[in-house]
Design a binder for this molecule. Structure first.
Ligand code: URA
Length: 206
């Protein structure tokens, strides 16, 4: 089975994990991606954000949320009054999964499979343990499922903080929509307002 576990260091903090994650071969996604995009931010942030997987630009730069979805997210965080100094940002899956659109010369995002997300989950669990945030915001379904289990649905489970299953240190999780979904939505403004409102709820519950 696909599994990142053999690649995790047995000890060490975030820097040791970031270094080890760069060599992860726990699923096939490393083959086509430029490199692993590990989480970034304050090592003991009170708030952690979890996205789906790096996009094209994140893959090139090795940093989460620096592309179009990231710009929307950073604007929403600012509107919600969230200080990025107190934030750790990562993804449920740490390699970019894509298909090549040869006609347009672009790499098109593909949703990671359940197996790929499950394989990558040990990295996310290690980040949770090391950062030990008060609250985790799951951005979209892939992150929601990684944190809350397979029955998670954004439509019914968003906007309310709840205990993170199996968390030893009282960490809670709040789910919301993915910023890429906002970019694609026909009712973009409404969905963006919903994202900001959920982020405000997150900020207020710290
Ligand atoms: N979308 C994500 O889920 N994560 C990123 O890092 C960029 C886009």
């Amino acid at each position: 089975a696909y599994d990142a576990t053999p690649y995790l260091p047995s000890r060490g903090g975030l820097p040791a994990h970031r270094e080890a994650a760069a060599e992860c071969r726990g699923c096939p996604l490393h083959r086509d991606a430029t490199g692993t995009v590990f989480g970034r931010g304050a090592p003991h942030a009170r708030l952690m954000l979890v996205g789906e997987q790096p996009g094209d630009q994140e893959d090139r730069e090795g940093v989460p949320f620096v592309g179009p979805a990231g710009r929307l997210l950073h604007r929403a965080l600012e509107e919600a009054g969230i200080d990025e100094e107190d934030l750790y940002v990562t993804n449920a899956v740490k390699h970019f999964k894509f298909a090549r659109d040869e006609a347009r010369g672009r790499r098109v995002h593909k949703t990671p499979t359940v197996r790929e997300a499950r394989a990558c989950r040990p990295w996310l669990m290690a980040e949770l343990r090391l950062v030990s945030p008060e609250l985790v915001v799951a951005l979209g379904a892939t992150a929601g499922r990684a944190l809350l289990g397979p029955s998670f649905r954004v439509g019914t489970d968003r906007g309310v903080p709840r205990p993170l299953p199996d968390a030893e240190d009282g960490t809670r999780v709040l789910a919301t929509v993915h910023p890429s979904a906002v970019l694609r939505a026909p009712d973009r403004q409404e969905m963006y307002a919903g994202l900001v409102a959920d982020l405000r709820t997150a900020a207020d519950s710290l």
